[in-house]
Ligand binder design. Structure first.
Ligand code: SAM
Length: 382
């Protein structure tokens, strides 16, 4: 049996006679999971293989006498402090959990395969520019392709957006049901501008829902477009909304393999980088906590759909929590955030709240007014 060994220094054991406690504490645990030992140098060693940390916490909470209680608490803190593990059947596995993923000569093999080969020969300039003042912290009404055309190259750090889906939704100033090829051509025109204005190392996070009933995999079609444009695919995040796209109707061929209709409770976020996967920034402009980072790098985000669409008068908003995660995970405070389909202004509202600079564009005056009102609520200095 292999163990991860944690050394406990004598000054952490003040008031604990370890020789007296060792046998008693060891008898509480299955030796295959964890045990204490004293090394040749007299230092206490905590040997762990796998632990159900929640049961351990309960064990610690029992009414033990001192110093046993303190020793158990110390063991719990040490184990809970180990940040590298995997979880199997409710137990944290601390040993060899990634053995099957160990690849010999990983770097050489990566080079042989050529990492993101599709984007290697990009011609993106590495010279970044400032976003002009006229476009900084602004909500602008207009067609995004035209508005973005007025911006210099490489002036935006991150784009977080959700394009119209072409589902036939009732937008105030946009026909949401066009022939698919026309729809994509319009989107591509705006995406070309988005790529141009992104800084070198900048990111675009696009929320997409395929139109299942038309058998149109928009997330694949759009992703393929970005690959062709030599953007590096960073991630696909599942936005788990836990609501069905169709509830009890449209089973397709009921109880027959002829043509069952599949149901989905999620949407996608496709994340692409321009030129480089890394986006360096000052330490003091990072605003994500350790807990948030650990939880959000797992690329399945459980977030309920936006509930205030009626209140804001917009039929297809994404929730603030979604934008908050994207901004904290992929950008720094002070960065320039763009949403070219800003709708009721969720992105610009959250960007301002999180002390980023923002530019929101939407074709509808009504939505732009709502977005402006929302961002005005935050009086934080930028
Ligand atoms: C899915 S909604 C975005 C909603 C937004 N994420 C929110 O939370 O409020 C798409 C938006 O794109 C806007 N739109 C459609 N075509 C546009 C264009 N060519 N330029 C700018 N905005 C456009 C629509 O008016 C609509 O508000």
């Amino acid at each position: 049996m292999e163990y991860k060994t944690i050394y406990i220094s004598p000054n952490e054991l003040v008031g604990i006679n370890i020789e007296k406690q060792l046998e008693d504490v060891n008898s509480m645990f299955d030796r295959d999971n964890l045990f204490l030992s004293v090394g040749d140098n007299g230092v206490l060693e905590l040997n762990v293989n796998q632990v159900d940390v929640r049961s351990l916490a309960k064990q610690c909470d029992n009414e033990w006498n001192e110093p046993k209680k303190s020793l158990l608490q110390l063991i719990y803190n040490k184990i809970d402090g180990i940040k590298s593990y995997t979880i199997t059947n409710g137990k944290r596995q601390f040993v060899d959990y990634n053995a099957e993923r160990k690849v010999v000569n990983r770097k050489t093999k990566e080079n042989d395969r050529s990492k993101y080969y599709y984007a290697q020969d990009n011609a993106f300039s590495k010279i970044n520019n400032l976003l002009p003042n006229d476009f900084t912290n602004r909500i602008i009404c207009g067609d995004s392709r035209e508005v973005l055309h007025r911006l210099p190259d490489n002036c935006v750090d991150i784009i977080v957006t959700s394009p119209p889906y072409n589902f036939g939704l009732d937008y105030s100033n946009h026909n949401d049901s066009t022939f698919w090829m026309d729809y994509y051509n319009t989107l591509y025109g705006i995406f070309d501008e988005c790529i141009r204005v992104l800084k070198y190392g900048g990111r675009i996070v696009i929320n997409i829902q395929p139109l299942y009933s038309d058998y149109i995999p928009t997330h694949h079609i759009v992703s393929n477009y970005f690959l062709q444009k030599k953007m590096i695919w960073k991630s696909e995040i599942i936005w788990e909304k836990n609501n069905y796209n169709c509830k009890y109707c449209s089973w397709g061929s009921w109880k027959s393999p002829a043509s069952p209709y599949m149901k989905y409770t999620w949407e996608y976020l496709e994340v692409f980088c321009k030129g480089d996967l890394k986006k360096l920034g000052d330490q003091d402009r990072i605003d994500i906590s350790g807990e948030e980072f650990k939880s959000w790098v797992v690329a399945k985000w459980n977030i309920a759909p936006e509930r205030k669409m009626k209140e804001y008068g917009h039929p297809a908003m994404f929730p603030e929590a979604l934008v908050e995660r994207a901004l904290k995970l992929f950008s720094y405070t002070g960065d320039v955030v763009l949403d070219p389909f800003n709708g009721a202004g969720t992105t610009t509202y959250v960007a301002k709240k999180l002390r980023r600079r923002y530019l929101g564009i939407d074709i509808s005056e009504e939505y732009c007014r709502t977005a402006q009102k929302r961002t005005n609520i935050h009086e934080l200095p930028l």
